[in-house]
Ligand binder design. Sequence first.
Ligand SMILES: [Zn+2]
Length: 515
Amino acid sequence: MTHTLLYNGLLFDGSGKPPRLGSLVLRDDRIEAVGPTGAMPTTLDGPVIDCMGLAIAPGFIDAHSHSDLQVLDGRKEKLHQGVTAEVVGNCGFSPYPTGAHAGDLREFANGILHGDETWGWESAAAYLAHLRASSKFASAYSLVGHGSLRVAVAGNRQGRLELSAMDKMEQTLSDALTDGAVGFSTGLMYAPGSSAPADELERLCSVVARHDRIYTTHMRDYGFHLLEAIDEQVDLARRSGCRLQISHLQAVGRANWHRNQLAIERVEAARESGVDIAFDCYPYVAGSTVLSQLLPQSALDGGAAGLLARLADPLQRKRLAEETIAGMAHEWTDIYISAVRSEANRIAVGRNLAELSIARGQEPIDVTFDLLIEERCAVNMLEFNQSEANLRATLSHPLAIVISDGFYVSGRPHPRLFGTFPELLGSVARDKQWMPMAEAIRKVTGFPADRFGMKDRGYLSAGRVADVTVFDPAQIRSRATYEDPEQQPQGIRMVIRAGQVLFAEAEAEAPAPVA
Ligand SMILES: [Zn+2]
């Protein structure tokens, strides 16, 4: 048995209450005591860490991550931000079940999960066992992705599925929740999940309700039909009885900015009427996803091959161009290419579609289509979606959990992958003062722990798992920018997961030795 004493710091307990000076005693993998320094035992058999001038918080929880594969690889981007737990399997993408269509599953999910051509687990149980054996840093919790579930059962095809396929999806989801998945996610802007009829979603959400887990959704629309999309999800939660978490709530595109406040009011009204609803958001005005999101998702029936065949047909290409342009809430200058597959197109990374239009001497819509053809659909984008005022309203709302939504790409990732948590605490809470520091910490500790059923994490209280992040509240800041995202943040001093020190600052900022 080993004790660790974190001595005389500013304790943020994860509840949002103002901090108080005190100390924390860890014993093995648990928190043993927390309170005023004078009340703590003075003779302990382990290390004493002086936290004078530093904040002591529960380890941060990234409740919306796409690191399903990278948590197995020991990547350190989240650790360096103070993250000790992640929820993966978001927006309909989980790396299981493979079913009879493992190749289709990889093609469907690789734009978000950034995997190779070999990954895939037959069940939640198999994936979770691999997680337990291999995840070095964050403790990962997994949602069952609806898109993955559908591809496993029926391949990458759209529309209503036969009854036997529906039964199979229902049973597989139920098994996954029994085996330890924490909930179910949909990605209703991504084919083929986008084509699921209402009764399919209701049947699956009823399974979630029966297991008393959470349902998270990347909704059908965040632009012109944002409010209808919220209504659809609220209605689904009401009919099925499941808890509802709206993913990355925002109004996309200048033409829709006025809808942000209306969206928040819709959520509040639903909550008042008895739906257990909350939402998450990342602390950036830009978002990121696959380039094919600009197109109507019906064009992706049959996966990448289906889309490429349609684009090869002049009449269909013309029709898709008209539909894509009509559906856009963005300007072409708002959309930047963030990753491509080929070396030849690497020059497009970091440039927006208006710039590429000039460089290539083509209309922006033709640049979009031709990039998808040249890269066999493997193109990611970064889109400037929101206004600063809307971001503030959403982030600071009491129902908002703050998340990274980060994912890896072969190119230039969104800075949220490297900077979300220091950005929230440094820029959003301390510098802009959009919310008190204690409230910012609640949004990444106690609140997500409660929401996702992590009963022994999220708070500094005796008996909980010893996940602790120590940081300098005056120094903490993200250094990740849109131009240069892969930067380690400043001000994180120590990260402890289950009593183990996984990161200490010396490792962080030590300059490379000069040869
Ligand atoms: Zn999403």
